[in-house]
Design a protein around this ligand. Sequence first.
Ligand code: PEP
Length: 255
Amino acid sequence: MNKQLRQAVIAGNWKMNKTRPEAKALIEDLKPIAANATCGVVICVPYTNLETAIELTKGTNIKVGAENVHFEKSGAFTGEISADMLTEMGVEYVIVGHSERRQYFGETDETVNKRTKAALNAGLKTIICVGEMLDEREKGITEEIVGMQTKVALLGVTAEQLKNVIIAYEPVWAIGTGKTATAEQANEVCSFIRQTVAKLYSQADADALTIQYGGSMNPKNCAELLAQPDVDGGLIGGASLKAADFGVLLEAASK
Ligand code: PEP
């Protein structure tokens, strides 16, 4: 029942893929496919494709996001991009705390929190990624890990700002591996995240929060995952790189 209280959002995470001509071709293919979706449609693209994506999606239902953002406003941070630089371009969404950033680029719960606050303060809709590693699941500490990641990421985030937050539950062992969490496992953790948010804010705030599942979601497994009561869409890697596959996910999330 509460599922009606929030919008399902399918967000593509292109990662380090697509040159500008390739991005242009994919977006042109995606536009007619996405046009009938009633779920939110977001593509998070490499920085080099943001301008192309914003230009090509003007007047469509496709929103554009970045894959990361720095927490400082400006200064000597070679290679980084600030939230103001993104909003000035017309970027609406940003992913923070993706497990690849945590694994390969030293991202911690504390820096995820800083990035979250910087993004929200600049008015960006912020997709915060949380999720356990395989050994953490096997040790039975999934809830401790995901609970802590969620709580630290949201430190200092107001209830008003929470309206611009999406949480993506992405078990690390399921990302890009072809191994999907079962629909029950995905729902169990998404529901746990909602309870955690309810304790931090209120039940109404938690009921209004979009919580996505991410991890090898594809045209074959999406219907069952997206039908779960606490799964409100998905953060999609591999299957966001082909317009037809992404289209199947949009259709499933629009039901
Ligand atoms: C992701 O990058 O967030 C992701 C879920 O990737 P994939 O769908 O390829 O597992």
